[in-house]
Design a binder for this molecule. Structure first.
Ligand code: SAM
Length: 210
């Protein structure tokens, strides 16, 4: 195991910009699932999918934003969802996601930039492990709201410290007071990398688009 592999979560957190982050995920893609399972016990996808099941009907067209290798899409497909679209910054991660055979479309796009989907394209968006340190910014939420139809849901994981210090508290409140979305649910904080990074907590947030 190389030095990088021992610190692979910190290594992606520390990327200097989107290009470097994409390069790091491209390089990590083919061992991402094995590494996270063996060294970290990554539980973000199941935590978020269990929450999504409460609000998102099985026939929904769902955008998996920051789909990575498709762990979330696979869990959704296992539970009967059939209209799944993947988007991610990293071509390497999208190549792995394609192998799952569960996404009807896969797109390389960057959260934080304008997304190349028409408004109201999706019944739901799910984003797991993406709105985090050195990854997609709080401003990404504007575009996720735009591409979700009124009445649809956005489900995302967020670290409590990133909520407080990454501009999410303000952005989430701004979207609520602007009447763009309504807060529906938030989970308790859970250790999502219990083996390797036990101090990392995530909550799952759910909003409904107005
Ligand atoms: C920790 S992985 C999570 C992947 C998957 N959702 C999961 O739960 O396993 C973070 C993913 O977000 C992608 N990502 C990071 N920043 C992004 C951005 N600004 N826009 C789109 N994808 C991004 C990375 O390429 C990577 O695939």
């Amino acid at each position: 195991m190389t030095q990088r592999r021992e610190n692979v979560v910190q290594w992606v957190y520390a990327a200097a910009n989107d290009d470097q982050l994409a390069e790091r995920y491209d390089e990590w893609a083919n061992t991402y699932e094995e590494d996270l399972d063996r060294d970290f016990g990554w539980s973000g996808p199941s935590l978020a999918v269990d929450m999504a099941l409460k609000y998102v009907p099985r026939d929904a067209r769902v955008l998996d934003a920051g789909a990575g290798t498709g762990l979330v899409g696979q869990l959704l497909a296992d539970r009967g969802y059939t209209e799944l679209v993947a988007m991610d910054l990293s071509e390497g991660m999208l190549r792995e996601a394609r192998k799952k055979g569960v996404y009807g479309e896969l797109h390389r796009m960057v959260m934080g930039d304008a997304l190349g989907f028409p408004s109201d394209s999706f019944d739901a968006v799910i984003s797991v492990g993406v709105l985090t340190v050195g990854h997609a910014p709080a401003s990404s939420l504007d575009e996720l709201v735009r591409v979700t139809r009124p009445g649809g849901h956005i489900v995302f994981t967020l670290r409590p410290d990133v909520f407080e210090q990454g501009g999410f508290r303000e952005k989430q409140a701004e979207l609520e007071s602007a009447g763009r979305w309504k807060h529906v649910d938030v989970s308790a904080p859970v250790q999502v990398l219990p083996k390797g990074e036990p101090e990392v907590l995530h909550q799952v947030w759910v909003y409904q688009i107005r």
